[in-house]
Write a protein that binds this ligand. Structure first.
Ligand code: MN
Length: 197
């Protein structure tokens, strides 16, 4: 059985100039593929095989290989799905209202999220989540995520591992974060919000 590397809904160069094609290709075909292969090796022949990735992350949490590679599999799947060449701008509808209620403005949410991404020391992720029925922002180390930790349901995530930005931006993580907002697919994030709330 095992899990398959998800295909992207766009070409590797589709997010240019905000995310470069070389980074996208390496990130998907090497990094995400490696998490997928190592996760499959870790669950092969165990009781975790044939479960959903969400069940695998929660039930296999105590196993470091499952935790790291299961998180890597799930996190990158969300990451690809919440970016689009037609992204950027701001959300509308119920997500926009929820952002206003919680953060006061779209810019307020963006600032708190970017700060979470900037202040995550070393490798990890920044998240916009639904936590106990409302929006919240946090970050996690390595390939952890709030879902496996039982802390919330991510609807948008940003990879701040150096492999996500170093080729184009060098050590300037802040430039990468600012660039990434231009490809966030708010239609998809809104769907995630509706499903999580
Ligand atoms: Mn990554």
């Amino acid at each position: 059985m095992g899990l398959e590397l998800p295909q992207l809904n766009y070409d590797y160069d589709a997010l240019e100039p905000y995310i470069d094609a070389e980074t996208m290709e390496l990130h998907h075909s090497k990094h995400h593929a490696a998490y997928t292969a190592k996760l499959n090796a870790a669950i092969d022949g165990t009781e975790l095989d044939n479960l959903t990735i969400e069940e695998i992350m929660v039930n296999g949490f105590e196993n470091a290989a499952v935790r790291n590679n299961g998180g890597g599999y799930w996190n990158h799947s969300l990451f690809w799905n919440t970016m689009s060449p037609n992204g950027g701008g701001e959300p509308s509808g119920t997500l926009a209202n929820a952002i206003m209620d919680k953060f006061g403005s779209f810019e307020g949410m963006k600032e708190e999220f970017s700060n979470a991404a900037m202040t995550r020391f070393g490798s990890g992720w920044a998240w916009l989540c639904v936590c106990a029925g409302e929006l919240c922002i946090c970050s996690t180390p390595n390939q952890d995520n709030p879902l496996m930790l039982g802390e919330g349901v991510p609807i948008l995530g940003l990879d701040v591992w150096e492999h996500a930005y170093y080729k184009k931006f060098g050590p300037a993580r802040s430039d990468y974060i600012e660039s990434w907002w231009n490809v966030v697919d708010w239609v998809r994030v809104s769907e995630n919000f509706e499903n999580a709330i």
